[in-house]
Design a protein around this ligand. Structure first.
Ligand SMILES: Cc1ncc(COP(=O)(O)O)c(C=O)c1O
Length: 326
């Protein structure tokens, strides 16, 4: 039998991240602080980039290309991690440029990343667009390493396979039998799913879909997981029942946040000192709050996947109803 392959990674993230016991509205739960993975590179994406950028360096790339929304945390983290490693970056962003850009887009500019803006229609074929530009860069003698949306490739998702081992070492699965995360491109969820099968822990992985429909994200997660099992010859069989998609928490759309979610985010911040972002963690936390924050101690671990800079792109909404205290 062929043995499994474990890819190499380059150390970029501050890990292990802590798991904190949080009390809110008289109930308690465990929170994995992946928003602490780093400052400019904060959040879940840096775990994937440890594997992807190891490969980019190995292939002696000059440029890293990736794509995402104009407030993409993944794109920003890629641009900063690339700069840290002496690589150039080009980001293909769904949205419009603006002279007073904020949040992640502001930081993309500060770090000197090359930017190309795409319409929604173009974004649907962003991989093809990146491939075309890769060819034209390579004609000019520049070697390009291409990272798909969210860093969600069989190599990238090792970041969350590794994170599950980290959580096991932190002994949290004695108290928790499930993990909940926001799911955008699906890689974080796929990594959690495979990681839990590899450590033979009977965990349920709950994904709150914020970008794709329930069926689309389920297919993306499962096919990514299948491909990873195949590519790395992992000695596990995919158990689809371990995956649950909790839908209905992004009806306002990926780039928006509803008022009820925003008031929960603000209430949570004022009671705990922890802030959630508008695109991912704020939506996932609403789902968690409504479905799993019950009883004295929740058995579901919530992963704070970061996204802090996204808050600034929605500053007006976050400040709505703010009253100065005297
Ligand atoms: C803050 C944050 N949380 C969660 C996610 C979802 O991760 P994934 O794309 O791996 O599903 C992302 C990125 O998409 C993110 O930026």
């Amino acid at each position: 039998m062929k043995t499994q392959i474990i890819p190499n990674r380059i150390s970029l993230a501050n890990i292990p991240t802590p798991i904190q016991k949080i009390s809110f509205e008289g109930k308690s739960f465990y929170l994995k602080r992946d928003d602490f993975t780093g400052l400019e590179t904060s959040g879940n994406k840096i775990r994937k980039l440890e594997y992807l950028l190891y490969q980019a360096k190995k292939e002696k790339a000059d440029y890293v290309f990736t794509c995402g929304g104009d407030q993409s945390n993944h794109a920003r983290a890629t641009a900063f991690a690339a700069a840290f490693l002496g690589l150039k970056s080009k980001l293909f962003l769904w949205g419009k440029n603006s002279s007073n850009s904020d949040g992640n887009l502001f930081l993309d500019k500060i770090v000197g990343s090359e930017l190309r803006f795409l319409s929604k229609k173009e974004f649907a074929i962003s991989n093809e667009i990146m491939e075309e530009e890769k060819i034209s860069f390579e004609k000019k003698g520049k070697k390009v390493f291409l990272i798909p949306e969210g860093g969600s490739s069989p190599l990238g998702i090792w970041g969350y396979i590794h994170a599950v081992e980290e959580m096991q070492r932190q002994n949290v699965f004695k108290q928790c039998n499930s993990i909940l995360t926001a799911s955008g491109s699906g890689g974080t969820t796929a990594g959690l799913l495979i990681g839990s099968l590899l450590i033979n822990q009977n965990l349920k992985i709950i994904a709150v879909n914020v970008l794709y429909t329930k069926d689309e994200i389920r297919n993306k997660i499962l096919s990514l997981a299948e491909q990873t099992i195949k590519d790395y010859r992992l000695p596990i069989k995919l158990d689809e029942n371990r995956l649950e998609i909790l839908e209905g928490y992004s009806q306002e759309g990926y780039k928006h946040i509803s008022d009820d979610k925003l008031s929960l985010i603000k209430k949570f911040a004022s009671k705990t000192g922890i802030i959630f972002d508008p695109a991912y963690t704020g939506k996932a936390f609403k789902a968690y709050h409504d479905n799993f924050l019950s009883g004295k101690m929740s058995k579901t671990l919530f992963i704070h996947t970061g996204g802090l800079y996204g808050v600034f792109s929605k500053r007006k909404k976050y400040l709505l109803n703010y009253r100065e205290q005297r």
